[in-house]
Structure formats: C-alpha cells, structure tokens
Design a protein around this ligand. Sequence first.
Ligand code: ADP
Ligand code: MG
Length: 271
Amino acid sequence: MTGRGGAGKTTTTSNLGVYFSGRGIDTLLIDGDLFLPKLSLHFGIDNPAVNVHSILRNPRINPFDAIYRDPRTGVHLVPGSPNIYDVLHLDHSHLVEIVSEYSKSYNVVIVDSPVGIPFDALPTFNIMEYQIVVLELERSPIYSLKVMLENELLKLKAIGDEFGLKVGVVINKVREARRDIDDVVDFIEEVVGVPVLGVVALDDHVPLAINYGMPVLAKFPRAQASKDFRALGENVYQWLFKGEGGSEKRRKLRHFLYDLSDVLHRITHWS
Ligand SMILES: Nc1ncnc2c1ncn2[C@@H]1O[C@H](COP(=O)(O)OP(=O)(O)O)[C@@H](O)[C@H]1O
Ligand SMILES: [Mg+2]
C-alpha cells in the first residue's frame, strides 16, 4: 500500500483487512511504516508489547508472537512500536524474511507502507505481487492533476514495474459526485494504464471510527465510506483471485449488463 502522507494508506489497509477477514480469507496486516506506525490505532491497540520493531531488533522473538487478533473484526495484524527509540538504529533488513514467513500462513498479506517512496518497505517489494497506490485528489487548481499524477502515481508505478508488481489505484477522500471524477478515472486507466480499484468518499465517519479504535467498515457499516470500502474490497478480491483487471470500467460494464439482463427478464416475464 503506497501513496502520499495522509492519502489514506493505513485507512485502506485496515478496511481491506476487515473486508477480507469478513469473507473468511486469512488476512494479515503488517505495519511497514516503521517511522510513523499507525495501523494498530485503527484497531484500538495502544502499546503493543511485541511488535514489528521488537522482532526486527531481536531475531530470537518468534515473529508469530507479534500477531494480534482483533476479536471484533477477526483481523490479524502486526503492529509497529509507537516508541521513537525503537526506530533509531533499526536494522530492517530482516523485514523481507519475516514477511515471507508470514505469507506462508496467510492467503493475503497487506503491508502498510510509509509516505512516498517506501524505503522501509522496499525490500519487501521483492516478494510482493501487487501494489495499491492510494491517491487523494488535490483540489487546488495550481496543483494540476497532471502534476499530481507525475509526482505520485507515475513514480510509484515505476517502482512497481521495476519489481514486476501489478499496480492498482484507490482514489480516496473524494468530495465530488462520482460522475464528476469519471474523467480522472478514465485518464488513470487509459493514459497511465492502471486500473482504478475503487473510489472512496470523504466521510467524517472514517476519523470518528478510528477514535473508537475500529475501521469504519466495522464501526459504521452503513456509512458512505463503508459502502465504498466494501465495493473496493470486492474489486480487489476479483483482482487478486479472479485475475480480472478489476477496473471501474469493467465493473460499470458488469453492472450495465446486469441491469440490462434484469430489464430483459422483466420484459419477457411481463404477463
Ligand atoms: N475517506 C476518508 N474520509 C475522511 N477522512 C479520511 C478518509 N480516509 C482517511 N481519512 C483520514 O485522513 C487521515 C490520514 O489517513 P491515513 O490512512 O492515516 O493516511 P496515510 O496512512 O496515507 O498517511 C486520518 O485522519 C484518516 O482518518
Ligand atoms: Mg499511514
């Protein structure tokens, strides 16, 4: 999971975790943001005794001892240490071995990455298959869409390409009506050539849920952002397990065909 600071990487990670766990898929979330770990806060874990930092520091600790199981959502996660001293002089070269060890026991492993070029998590890209780039659309006219895509999406996509990852995009914190960002979605899919896996509304329920120590999908399942995260989850599921492009366009086409067959069905069963 990559993207700019504050774009919603951790939020997307935690909600995809809830979605996949809810579907009975063994899912592990790892806080790969070693400098500013926040993932555990989304699950109400304040001071995790064993964490990604302690297992990196002490190879004698069993990495599986750092896995927390959230009883409310069923999510399994490896939190980071909130203590700044744990970050200093940390040798994170083992991260890739640890992630690889975990991935033998889980169907899906999501690493929440730090801001921008995710140097902390970069070695793990060697064993990853997918990269989800979370974008927050800038509303300022000075900061044009093109500049934003060049600065963020294209650079992150280039890293993904370098490691042979399949890249997909989530557009988060959307204030506009869905229709109004269709052009952006088309541009990303057609010009940049990566599927837009989901579009998530800006919704106050998101930070509110985190205050309760829960991802919005678990805390406020009927909120708009939760609907969007469910749709995203379904699309990511298709992308990972059905090998479909997962793009918005395809989804729209599927819905259109579904509606059409529904209409035809009603017409043919008219009498
Ligand atoms: N769809 C959304 N609507 C409203 N607020 C959001 C949304 N997604 C994320 N946020 C808020 O934005 C802030 C940054 O999100 P976060 O997931 O921590 O970003 P990142 O991990 O990319 O730095 C958090 O306070 C979070 O509550
Ligand atoms: Mg984060």
